[in-house]
Design a protein around this ligand. Sequence first.
Ligand SMILES: [Zn+2]
Length: 415
Amino acid sequence: MLASMKEGNVVQYCTCTRQIAWALLLTVLFVSMACPLWAASEKPDRVDLTWLSVTNWLFEVGSTRILMDGYITRIPEAAFSGVGFATATPMKPDEPAIRRVRDALGESGKIDFILTGHSHFDHSFDTATWAKLTGARIIGARSTCLQALAQGVPELQCTAVEGGEVLPLGDHTTVRVVRWNHSGDVSTPMGRVLYSPVELIKSPTLTSGTGGLRGGTLQDFPNGGGARAYLFTVQTAKGLVSWLYSNTGNADTFQKAAAVDEQFFKAQGFSLDNLTFVPPRAASQDNLRAAMQAATLERVALWIGYSDRRLMEAVGKVLRPHAHIPHHWDGLFTSFFAGVPFAYASVAGTQETAEECKKQTISLLAPQQYMDKYHLTAQGVTPIANDAIKQKLALPKPPAAPSAAERARIMAHND
Ligand SMILES: [Zn+2]
């Protein structure tokens, strides 16, 4: 199912009646499921943001609960090989682990929406399982929807977004979908595979025997034609709050969309049977500018994002966030329940990012442990220890710095 509400700058445009019909249907669907007709709930005082490892978050706005990504399974590092991170053995999500995290989050495990930033395994591998456990509506790339469909999620429970859509999530929250770029140095083969906007054509087939999917980026988990960032605005009782969530990025292709080189993929001999390329129509920074303008925002309170110094410099200019919470720096392979494997400050490149934040007078709020929480109000962001949930999950104290070798190994996969 494809959403077709497009918004470019301030002017909305639809090109055919089918698009208008979809737009109306989607609006009715979202409003009716998240907002009872008889009364809107009271405006909340604040937004609660909880980090659940990698790029996974729980956003709570009053009684509306939004999960971002939600990758709790850990596919072992040894399962991957080659520049496309191919997996020889298909795998299934770790449902007991997902249930344990869901239960720790309280409110009887209620989740209303699941938004995925892109469709690589470390972002959308568990999306279908969360949707089946909670009944939540999925919003993400077409590839995310096709992956969910393969795992038994009804087609109507997933909304594919291309960028430009404006969606209400509950009574007081609006999200604007911003078409984003993926990380990856376009001058290296692995970078090109990561960056190139690759989308599934049809729902992948569960492999007989394991009943699982193949986690590789050129197998069942391509990036979804690039990525999606989400610009949130919430009307609280004390004013508007806004933040951007993004889960990947690269300064070069953020500022100027790179051309897709299909010859490179052919020359490498990759099998692209169920994959297609979706070349970007605009640079991510222009998409972000258009969303900011449409939301009448000159700056946001917070950027939750994957960052490095150059990306911080580029995104900061457009977004002008008051604060930044970096994520996706904690590796992909250690168990959620073992906690953060090393401190943010010990990771290669983060010192430079911190200096860039200082230059732009952006408060850098690096999380220390999974389940770190933040209150976001019209006055700003306040870190909350959230000890009760950490104790419930027996998360350890934040660790000391790792060896340089270990750091290099883990950072090589932080995309
Ligand atoms: Zn990715």
